[in-house]
Write a protein that binds this ligand. Structure first.
Ligand SMILES: Cc1cc2nc3c(=O)[nH]c(=O)nc-3n(C[C@H](O)[C@H](O)[C@H](O)COP(=O)(O)O)c2cc1C
Length: 183
């Protein structure tokens, strides 16, 4: 299975990309493609830009990565209780591609983390409400609180045993979900 992994952040040192990459390491037999949304940055969406130039090529390319995948692992950064502007811009542009739902019916493992104790609970809530309407099949979700206390960025792994168990259960749920879909 092809898994596309990315974060809802354009930060070079994104903690969400670290979490998403770590989660993808549990999928040992699969092909993993890690994307950085900063490689797909385009001008802010505006109706005038769309009318003049259509959908930017980079947006088409990102949408095509989603469509070619069998599973999306996405970890969302929280900015002021919601999506980062970088992610929202990408989202808005993809939603303008004719005859397309943003997530194209794909199964998704949805994650979030932040240095704070809520682990991005606000952006997670927004995404859980919205993504299914835009064609995502959210197989499972997990928010990691207090990233810096629970994740070793040198060894790229979770350090809190109970959170490791929780994440493993979430991953098992995703694996079962995808298996059932492909039956
Ligand atoms: C503009 C801005 C707004 C933020 N708002 C929140 C917030 O609402 N909740 C939160 O937990 N962290 C917030 N943070 C801290 C981010 O969680 C932190 O920068 C984190 O590293 C973002 O994830 P990333 O490293 O994957 O980009 C904010 C950071 C910035 C720069």
């Amino acid at each position: 299975m092809k898994i596309v992994v990315f974060a809802g952040s354009n930060s070079e040192k994104s903690i969400n990309l670290k979490l998403a990459t770590y989660a993808s390491s549990f999928f040992k037999d699969d092909s993993i493609k890690i994307l950085r949304i900063s490689d797909y940055e385009t001008p802010l969406y505006s109706p005038e830009r769309e009318k003049q130039n259509g959908i930017p090529e980079l947006i088409e390319q990102f949408a095509s990565e989603i469509s070619q995948s069998d599973l999306i692992i996405l970890s969302l950064a929280e900015h002021n209780g919601s999506y980062s502007a970088a992610f929202k811009n990408l989202y808005d542009w993809i939603s303008r591609i004719p005859n397309r739902k943003v997530w194209d019916g794909k199964p998704m493992l949805l994650l979030s983390t932040s240095p704070g104790g809520r682990g991005g609970a606000g952006v997670m809530k927004a995404a859980l409400e919205r993504f299914p309407r835009d064609g995502a099949q959210v197989a499972a979700h997990f928010s990691l609180p207090s990233f810096n206390d629970n994740f070793d960025s040198e060894q790229n792994r979770l350090t809190n045993d109970s959170l490791i168990i929780e994440l493993r259960e979430v991953i098992s749920k995703v694996m079962l979900f995808v298996k059932t879909l492909n039956r």
